[in-house]
Design a protein around this ligand. Structure first.
Ligand code: NAD
Length: 295
């Protein structure tokens, strides 16, 4: 059993921390929201007095925060994680953030002799609750090996993607594919409608042909062919357009920083920006099919 400081007990962090409690760890939770702390305590966790106090007694620190801004601030502030953590503790950041911040924070941790892993996830709140998340990890081999038993308690597929920042790189590359294929799939269904081709027929053919993708076969953007997709519940998320937009912007930031040419990713970011700006930020990202219909 380890003492784990878990910072950021939101929609994802809350159930992830609960799974660490179930695995037998003492999980000291910190959040700025009282309701999140109450849920953590109800799930068997312990309330941390502050970040500095929680990390000072922790063998492992896990963070699940909204963006790179919070990660940078909470790790590097004077009373933050890197200055206050117990020597030798393991640091795991599971937030989805920009690659540059992930690498900068890992470097600051390494300068203090601390092992750090970036370990963003996919699988959503359902996967967080069920303990079936996919973790994409960036860090040294030994750091990955130390982190793996803790990640196993929260996820099903744990992949080591390379050195520091490579977990974030994998996450944003994957989600750039997802955003682009969702738009492409939606465009095809809209075109099919105009051509008088039944949506189910297009699905039956494309799902067995070269147009096949996860966006089509698991998350079909029109109601009917995949009963579990958000299209069948009026595009209730799921994965919101705001989250997709965040990840596409991170991909564009990374492409600019690395000098990669990603015109389709740029177009996807701008289409999701327009869709979100129409008051649809909280709608499932597959609802972009209605935007393409002009609704
Ligand atoms: P969330 O907003 O529900 O949770 C973030 C939590 O961090 C909140 O409870 C907030 O109060 C807390 N927080 C913010 N600033 C803090 C501070 N200074 N000190 C302590 N706590 C602080 O977000 P979420 O949906 O849980 O997502 C967390 C991360 O996971 C994001 O980076 C997101 O992109 C990523 N992610 C989310 C999903 C999803 O489906 N929700 C899926 C994959 C990845």
């Amino acid at each position: 059993m380890s003492t784990i400081a878990f910072i950021g007990l939101g929609n994802m962090g809350g159930p992830m921390a609960a799974n660490l409690v179930k695995a037998g760890h003492r999980v000291v939770g910190v959040d700025v929201t009282q309701a999140a702390i109450d849920r953590h305590v109800a799930a068997g966790g312990v309330k941390g007095a502050s970040i500095a106090e929680a990390v000072a007694e922790a063998d492992v620190v896990v963070t699940m925060l909204p963006s790179g801004r919070e990660v940078n601030a909470l790790y590097l502030a004077e009373s933050g994680i890197v200055p206050k953590v117990k020597p030798g503790a393991l640091l795991i950041d599971s937030s989805t953030i920009d690659v540059d911040t992930a690498r900068a924070v890992a470097k600051a941790a390494a300068a203090k002799g601390l092992a750090m892993l970036d370990a963003p996830v996919s699988g959503g709140t359902g996967g967080a609750t069920a303990g079936t998340l996919t973790f994409m990890c960036g860090g040294e081999d030994a750091t990955f090996a130390r982190a793996k038993p803790y990640l196993d308690a929260m996820g099903k597929t744990i992949v080591h993607a390379g050195g520091p920042g490579n977990g974030q790189a994998a996450k944003i590359c994957n989600n750039m594919i997802l955003g682009i294929t969702m738009i492409a799939t939606s465009e095809a269904f809209v075109l099919a409608e105009k051509l008088g081709l039944d949506a189910q027929k297009l699905f039956d053919i494309a799902s067995k042909s070269s147009g096949q993708s996860w966006s089509l076969t698991t998350y079909c953007p029109v109601p009917g062919p995949v009963p579990t997709s958000p299209a069948n519940r009026d595009y209730q998320p799921g994965f919101t357009a705001a989250m997709m937009l965040k990840d596409l912007k991170l991909a564009q930031d990374a492409a600019r920083s690395a000098g990669a040419v990603t015109p389709m990713g740029a177009e996807a970011a701008s289409l999701y920006g327009l869709y979100a700006a129409q008051g649809e930020a909280g709608t499932d990202f597959s609802g972009i099919v209605n935007f393409l219909r002009g609704r």
